[in-house]
Design a protein around this ligand. Sequence first.
Ligand code: DC
Length: 224
Amino acid sequence: MTGGRVDAIAIDGPASSGKSTLAQEVARRLGYVFLDTGALYRAVALALLSSGVTRFSEEDPAVVRILSALDISVTPGASGARISLGGLDVTHHLRGEEVGALASRISAWPSVRKALFDLQRRLALAGRIVMDGRDIGTVILPEARLKIFLVADPEVRARRRLKDLESKGDRRPLETVLADILDRDRRDRERPLSPLVQAPDALLLDTTRLSIDEAVTWIIDHYR
Ligand code: DC
């Protein structure tokens, strides 16, 4: 902690803007831990999907029951956090498309954001951490010593996403991936609670034409 600020970097931005890639590399170079907070929303989505519930409504009694019994634990590490659900390590089950799509929907629910707040705040306040998400600089850790708001052209983000999907053997047309990205942008920006918005004191970084190394160096230079 320096001058009321926490030694941490908050990186917020829309889907596929490069947040986690940059956050992980920045953390590695600084010797900090790295937490991709999207994984927590994905863990909640996984808990719902594996519960057998089929109606994903915040008011549904079965959903309310699952959310109130959520047992998520996070073990941060240099190359990312391990996430457990009910004591079971689910880190490798969070990246699927179905989980991501449901995470995008339920992250607008106040009950979900509330359930994940304390956990994120505690990890953030411990410091020496690079956290990425949508509301880290605005809600989770406004005291972060450096806040970055990442942006990138939607088509460039769609191409990055496409490459990512193709590496997993998942082929889709660019238009479908782009439409999905724009849809997620809209949901992230328009939700009433903790929408995706640049904090007044966050630095804007447009990664459209930057290499990973250029962006990482830019972030570290500003942190130092
Ligand atoms: O970054 P991601 O795609 O893994 O995140 C999954 C979903 O979680 C995403 O649709 C938005 C939501 N999210 C959020 O609302 N707040 C965060 N701090 C991180 C993610």
